[in-house]
Design a protein around this ligand. Structure first.
Ligand code: B12
Length: 213
């Protein structure tokens, strides 16, 4: 790995969002492309963060700092791309389902998935099946992520999948679901493609959907 990519990786791991702009500029000055910087510096750093978080050696505030550092670099790289080109490894729309206002877990998952190089469209909370369908039509994501924390709103995940089917869009996206009451059995029952109970596991699941692992 080139020295500057190594430094970028380290800045992501340390959540050093002061230094990341300068390092990204150094890498560009050395002639490295946006994709090289993403794949050779930012993503290896974020992968390391995921491993450390899973092992209990890093905690949520540090992970959020790392994600913010990564975002800072990506904001500099995006405008350099040709029109229509993207450095994102995939696009994910995320929302908490209808009737449900819990968003702490969803936001955490969204930030970590974004930190892993995905583009995130966050629909917020209390998102109706129709709003998910509209967003899939407009954004053409690879993945739809739904969160629910209430046993009463969990069924709206199934209703959203049914609405995607009715709109003829179900085969165009992978659907992942999560939230404290969600189980693997439930995911299977409603026809989701998978579930994960933590943010790093959600990152692994999203990556598996776009053939990154
Ligand atoms: C904070 C909180 C609130 C806050 C929410 C603030 C916010 N902005 O989110 C407020 C005060 C608003 C609230 C309101 C209510 N709450 Co509340 N709330 C909680 C609490 C204490 C913590 C939830 C949380 O944030 N956890 C931390 C995050 C990080 O964990 P997480 O959400 O599970 O997310 C992780 C995973 O599940 C997963 N994940 C999450 N989403 C996704 C999505 C995908 C795609 C994937 C792959 C993974 C994934 O990854 C995340 C990261 O690790 C829980 C109790 C608990 N311990 O869970 C009750 C709890 C969920 N609430 C409960 C209830 C009953 C309510 C109310 C109905 C209370 C009332 N009578 O008004 C209202 C409902 C409001 C509504 N319409 O939604 C009950 C639900 C009971 C049930 N079985 O249905 C709980 C379990 C409390 C209890 N023991 O009774 N609540």
């Amino acid at each position: 790995m080139s020295k500057v990519l190594e430094k970028i990786s380290k800045a992501v791991i340390q959540g050093d969002d002061d230094e990341i702009a300068e390092l990204t500029q150094d890498a560009l000055d050395e002639g490295l492309g946006a994709k090289e910087i993403l794949q050779g510096g930012l993503m290896p750093g974020m992968d390391h963060v995921g491993v450390e978080f899973k092992a209990g050696r890093m905690f949520v505030p540090e992970v959020l700092l790392s994600a913010r550092t990564m975002k800072g670099s990506m904001a500099m790289l995006e405008p350099l791309l040709a029109e229509g080109e993207s450095i994102a490894v995939g696009k994910v729309i995320m929302g908490t389902v209808e009737g449900d206002l819990h968003d702490i877990g969803k936001n955490l998952v969204a930030m970590m998935i974004e930190g892993a190089g995905f583009e995130i469209v966050d629909l917020g909370t209390d998102v109706s099946p129709a709003a998910f369908v509209e967003s899939v039509k407009k954004e053409k994501p690879d993945i739809v992520g739904m969160s629910a924390l209430l046993t009463t709103t969990m069924r709206n995940m199934g209703r959203t999948i049914d609405a995607l089917k009715e709109a003829g869009l179900r085969d165009q996206v992978k659907v992942m679901i999560g939230g404290a009451p969600v189980t693997g059995d439930f995911a299977e029952q409603i026809g989701a493609d998978g579930t994960a109970s933590s943010a790093p596991a959600a990152v692994d699941l999203a990556k598996s959907f776009v053939d990154l692992v």
